[in-house]
Design a binder for this molecule. Sequence first.
Ligand code: ADP
Ligand code: ZN
Ligand code: MG
Length: 480
Amino acid sequence: MSITEPEARAYEPVIGLEIHVQLKTRTKMFCGCALSFGEEPNTRTCPICLGHPGTLPVANAEAVHFALMIAMAFECDIAPRSIFHRKNYFYPDLPKGYQISQYDMPLARNGRLGDVRIHRVHLEEDAAKLVHAGASGRIHGAQTSVVDFNRGGTPLVEIVTEPDLRSPAAAAEFGRLLQATLRRMGVSDVNMEEGSLRLDANVSIRPAGEATLGTKTELKNMNSFRFLERGLSAEIARQEELVRGGGEVEQETLHYDPQSGGLTALRTKEEAHDYRYFPEPDLVPIAPTEAMLERARAALPELPAARAERFERELELPGDTARLLSFRSELGDFFEEAIEAGDGDARSVANWVTNELPARIGGADPADTGVEPAALARLVAMVEAKEVSRSAAQEVLDVLVADGGDPRAVVDAKGLSRADTGELAEIVERAIASNQDAVDKVRAGKAQAIGAIVGAVMRETKGRADGGEVQRMIRERIGS
Ligand code: ADP
Ligand code: ZN
Ligand code: MG
């Protein structure tokens, strides 16, 4: 078979993401209604967000501020002047008959996050939420739906990437970086399950080495990064099979069902002209002043990518550890406070903060538990100084997480201080005497038989000894 035959070809996936982020402002995008977090339906509404005739929108300054922060975080070019458009379509979640959005003059363009280019960043308003009433809501047998307008008018920032992603895993990884970045900035809850972070994925394939893009399909509203990755893999496989079979990919919008793994077509893709975009006559352009830009710049914290880089460079942490500490910024904050307290080597402290701590507190913020950063640093220093064994220190951490306190006091109260060499030597002696079987095996070359003797010592010391040291002492003693 020659390499030019279609079956032999390798295909490369090309992926671009469109991301909607609900901003965590006090009020909605164009009216004074408070944002809703699961309140009674239709209690956060007013004539403006209900689309009553004659009402006038006013752009939310805090939303503009957050959008500018986002544009700056992605190193975008911010437009000196951007305007809103009306995007016309009929759907019951949209009482005005149009969504106010930005079209050909977005707030910002040409940015990047990591190695992915950001095409544009713009502001718009969210639609209301349709709730399908189910069997009880049937009228004359027909399915009915009800509308909760609380969400309608929530400020959204839409972020569109260039088609720079080359695998489902890279898309998910990028999504996580974006989520961590926005969370760190405090501009959104970025919760995919609750819908404050929503992702649409555009995907096509092309023969490897080809420069032109293939026809793309769009996967709507992926609600976790795991499903994003799976959905993309399924769609790439579908496109490949289609093309290898001589078919062509059709541009369409698809729904991925994570339960069945199936992909179903929602609609053929609409074009911009279908929306009859026209400039919103009731809103003035956004023309950021120097003061607005300065305020947005000043509000930007150190972002996760930069923080991870700093941890790797200055503290010589391994890349994975550095990324974990910056993606979960509450762990990073805890770690930095622990380091500032002065005790404990940075790498060891980082190790405890990213392994032992999450093993005990799960996804919680360590600041909400008993353990103080300085206490953890002291505990790590005690392990390093061989004042406590690692397993005893793990027991101490259990206590610190639950009740707080000082590690040395916990060690004393529970009698966990490390067995001293004299005491340990006696215990080793006894363990050897009562495990002659194992001793013979070790001497005969069955190295792993030493486990029985080590185990006996560890039991007797209740974990107050260091496993490595115990092994060393036993070997020395029985001359193996
Ligand atoms: P549309 O006009 O269909 O909205 P856009 O050009 O605005 O398409 O791009 C929307 C998203 O799709 C962007 O994230 C972009 O990176 C991505 N995209 C565009 N073309 C392709 C393609 N051929 N394959 C994969 N993704 C693409
Ligand atoms: Zn309102
Ligand atoms: Mg588009």
